[in-house]
Design a protein around this ligand. Structure first.
Ligand code: B12
Length: 454
């Protein structure tokens, strides 16, 4: 089975953990697996032709930013290798069974949600009508089977197939080689902008022993120097985090660790933060999103903004490098709520800030909300979804894109004051990451200037 990572129009590259989980599950079920990563490959279509000579199945992952490239790849396979079976999976095709029907000519099977079980069943040649959590072509029809249960026994999953990628081919922050790990799936908060339908709202965890075994495996077999935690909500179960950190400390692994996905801004536990620091965590993103409580409430985040400053001050005194995550441009944002967000950001501690202009994704309540208001949203047939800040994501009658963009620019200008930049550089120098991070930023700059629509 050939696993394919389609292109995306971004200025950094990163391995796709979900597909590596799927590949190791397929391998365990008996498949011969290979991976072709379009973003990090030169002349990927020639490679595709070559690699396809030894595979009957092509399994393509797609999130929204890859959907267009995925359709081009599937089209190419259909035309040049019509006998191959094309399997789709990932957040984008999972978003709606309707999507699967939109691409019948480009897909034989669409795996919906977590795909480890289904891929093993497909490798085993199980009858398609009996496999939960897939949609498949049957003559001229596209059948959609009932959804599969979420995977409870996460310890039972194989470790991701890291042997299939060359980690140094990717450009992402932190010390190299850096690897990704996921210690839990699911998040109970179900924010309306999030595609919760992949991992669901039930909080499922791996055992501390299993996580530790994977970390040691990454260090010993792949030379990992840094581990990035890819969890949906890492700090929700504080006792579990503390036990994990104690075990990591007792093993004296000497690894650096980060939490890029963003932790909740109301989970504030100094004992946990101190243990995390001793275990090797040095960078954390804190998901605040907005300074307007009404906006937070409409998002369904269930965050009491009054708690943010306390959490931040504890993270700061524990010695973390802190990134602040904000969103702007929701259909219920106003120039005033965005101005408040900008003011909050500039008034609080933090070394980095990301102000994301919101893009409503298919399958989310936010997407429905925009459609209900008559806004135009991006469709995969429109080409690469653009995450360029200058491009309008959807038509918002109460906030023009020009105004949003002006506020967005002012957010960065006002956050990155000379003293904030000096503080961030000092922090990076102190933790020894200045050179690595500067190299990453320079590479991103070059990628940004030289990237083409692929
Ligand atoms: C970590 C992360 C990132 C990382 C790494 C992305 C990467 N390349 O893997 C970074 C920070 C780089 C990133 C960037 C972006 N991300 Co992001 N990211 C995530 C996050 C938090 C976790 C993804 C993950 O690895 N999960 C762990 C693995 C195990 O799960 P998984 O990938 O979903 O895979 C499972 C299933 O989907 C399925 N599956 C996946 N592929 C396949 C393929 C086959 C053949 C099969 C059978 C099954 C299958 O089985 C897997 C195992 O169960 C999710 C949110 C979430 N909780 O899902 C958002 C998410 C994937 N990101 C999203 C988006 C939009 C982006 C960006 C476009 C944001 C931006 N504006 O730049 C970019 C796109 C970058 C890119 N091209 O990949 C959206 C995608 C929405 C959608 N409907 O497609 C999500 C779902 C967040 C959201 N808003 O809801 N992201």
């Amino acid at each position: 089975m050939l696993f394919v990572v389609p292109n995306y129009d971004l200025w950094f590259t990163c391995p796709q953990l979900g597909l590596l989980y799927i590949a190791s599950s397929a391998r365990k079920a008996g498949a011969n697996v290979e991976l072709l990563d379009f973003p990090s490959s030169k002349d990927p279509y020639s490679k595709l032709d070559l690699m396809l000579s030894s595979h009957d199945d092509v399994a393509i992952t797609a999130n929204v930013s890859q959907a267009y490239s995925a359709t081009l790849i599937a089209k190419y396979v259909r035309e040049k290798h019509p006998q191959k079976r094309i399997i789709w999976g990932g957040p984008y095709p999972s978003a709606s069974a309707e999507y699967a029907k939109l691409i019948p000519e480009l897909a034989d099977i669409v795996v919906i949600g977590e795909g480890e079980k289904q891929i093993a069943q497909l490798v085993a040649g199980q009858e398609l009508s009996q496999i939960k959590g897939i949609a498949y072509r049957s003559g001229n029809a596209f059948e959609v089977n009932p959804r599969a249960d979420y995977i409870d026994d996460l310890d039972g999953l194989e470790f991701p197939a890291w042997d299939l990628v060359k980690i140094r081919d990717y450009d992402f922050p932190g010390q190299s080689p850096g690897y990704l790990i996921q210690t839990q799936r699911g998040c109970p908060f179900a924010c309306i902008n999030c595609t919760t339908f992949i991992h669901g709202t039930r909080y499922r965890t791996r055992s501390v022993e299993s996580v530790l075994a994977e970390i040691e495996w990454l260090k010993n077999s792949f030379g990992a120097k840094e581990i990035h935690f890819w969890d949906d909500n890492f700090t929700l179960d504080r006792d579990r985090v503390k036990t994990l950190c104690e075990k990591i400390i007792s093993k004296n692994l000497g690894l650096k660790m980060t939490l890029p996905n963003g932790i909740r801004a109301d989970i504030d536990d100094m004992e946990m933060f101190k243990l995390m620091r001793r275990a090797g965590f040095y960078y954390v993103n804190l998901a605040i999103e907005s300074a307007e409580q009404d906006v937070i409430d409409t998002l369904g985040k269930k965050l009491d903004l009054r708690r943010v400053r306390g959490t931040l001050s504890n993270l700061e005194s524990a010695g973390f490098r802190i990134g602040l995550l904000f969103m702007m441009g929701m259909p219920f944002d106003t120039p005033d709520s965005i101005r408040k967000t900008v003011e909050l950001a500039e008034s609080i501690p933090g070394h980095h800030a990301h102000f994301f202009i919101v893009t409503p994704f298919p399958g989310t309540k936010l997407y429905e909300m925009v459609l209900e208001k008559g806004g135009k949203v991006w469709d995969y047939r429109d080409g690469f979804i653009s995450f360029d800040d200058d491009d309008e994501r959807f038509v918002n009658p109460s906030l023009s894109h020009a105004e949003l963009r002006r506020l967005h620019r002012s957010a960065y200008r006002r956050f990155y004051t000379p003293s904030r930049i000096a503080g961030t550089i000092m922090k990076m120098l102190k933790e020894g990451s200045f050179l690595t991070d500067s190299r990453f930023l320079i590479k991103c700059g070059i990628n940004l200037l030289t990237r083409n629509q692929r």
